[in-house]
Write a protein that binds this ligand. Structure first.
Ligand SMILES: NC(=O)c1ccc[n+]([C@@H]2O[C@H](COP(=O)([O-])OP(=O)(O)OC[C@H]3O[C@@H](n4cnc5c(N)ncnc54)[C@H](OP(=O)(O)O)[C@@H]3O)[C@@H](O)[C@H]2O)c1
Length: 294
């Protein structure tokens, strides 16, 4: 199987590269190698490679910054996927695109399922939803996988941020009234690889962690895992606060919990994020120790 991977330098892109079967013909492109907003480059790569499956892990993911540069977010998250869909249409490639829990407004008392109507409350969510719509309009057979609260040993994510802060101070306030399901990027990557082999699967799918928690609870779990390796983290004092006490440029959904009505029938497990966290934290701590030593 020939795979074209966009956004190969990002968190998900890197975990995909680690996991894609070595016997497949893999063509990963970082943002510098393939800008998905530049149609001549996109078309050239598609015509040149004739991929069977394109996995779009490229995105503009700076949620707060998007509020002040909406054109950039929309170009990457809405126009980019539309251009990929256009090129896939012309070359017969299958397109698997990744989207987000932030397409929802958070105003629901139960988890969000695939059939729920998106209603984003920030520019990032709006740009990602626009990307979903444009992609499906151009390529109705495309597959969109929405995930949430993604973390890994790569890139900037909540786990890394918590561990970095823990090196600098002993007290931290963390939001308690936003809930979601953390997802290990490696599990999401495994799911995308599984889907690459299921051409009959189309439409929207949710893939996230198997347990709901608040940002505060997630931070507690991170420091618990860190304390098991580095006892100094035990003295970290966490204080739960409300969203109002932590104003940010972008509004965030209160309820970001994704649930899938389709995953069970595919026979694929959701991400066991606590187990994965206990593997990722030691890797990040070791990387920090090495960074300090150099
Ligand atoms: N992270 C989360 O918590 C989360 C939650 C839910 C859903 N998602 C979705 O999961 C997917 C992967 O996210 P991630 O966590 O891997 O994000 P990431 O680490 O920010 O990676 C995104 C990658 O896209 C690249 N990119 C940006 N603009 C591009 C362009 N015009 N052309 C080609 N590549 C471009 C970036 O390259 P540069 O760094 O060089 O700009 C970066 O390598 C995204 O669709 C995101 O919306 C993420």
């Amino acid at each position: 199987m020939r795979i074209l991977l966009t956004g190969a330098g990002g968190q998900l892109g890197r975990t995909l590269i680690d996991r894609l079967p070595t016997e497949w013909d893999i063509h990963p492109f970082t943002s510098g190698e393939l800008n998905i907003t530049h149609y001549p480059s996109v078309k050239h790569r598609f015509l040149n490679l004739r991929p069977d499956v394109v996995i779009n892990a490229a995105a503009y993911t700076a949620v707060d910054k998007a509020e002040s540069e909406p054109e950039h977010a929309i170009a990457v998250n809405a126009e980019g996927p539309a251009l990929l869909a256009e090129a896939a249409n012309q070359t017969g490639a299958r397109l698997i695109h990744v989207s987000t829990d932030y397409v929802f407004d958070g105003n629901k008392s139960t988890p969000w399922v695939e059939g729920d109507t998106p209603s984003p409350i920030n520019v990032y969510g709006l740009s990602k939803f626009a990307g979903e719509v444009r992609l499906i309009n151009t390529l109705p057979d495309a597959l969109i996988v929405r995930s949430s609260w993604v973390f890994s040993e790569y890139g900037q994510n909540f786990v890394r941020t918590m561990l970095d802060i823990g090196l600098q101070r002993r007290q931290l306030s963390v939001i308690e009234d936003q809930i979601g399901n953390p997802t290990y990027a490696g599990d999401l990557a495994d799911f995308l690889i599984f889907l690459a082999q299921k051409p009959q699967v189309k439409g929207v799918l949710h893939f996230a962690g198997n347990e709901t928690i608040s940002w505060f609870g997630f931070a507690q779990a991170i420091f618990q895992a860190a304390t098991a390796i580095c006892p100094a983290y035990a003295s970290m004092q966490l204080t739960p606060i409300s969203s109002e006490q932590w104003p940010s440029p972008a509004k965030r959904p209160r309820n970001s919990v994704l649930c899938s009505l389709r995953l069970a029938e595919l026979g694929f497990p959701s991400s066991d994020w606590r187990a994965r966290l206990s593997e990722v934290v030691p890797q990040l701590l070791a990387a920090n120790v090495l960074k300090k030593a150099n």
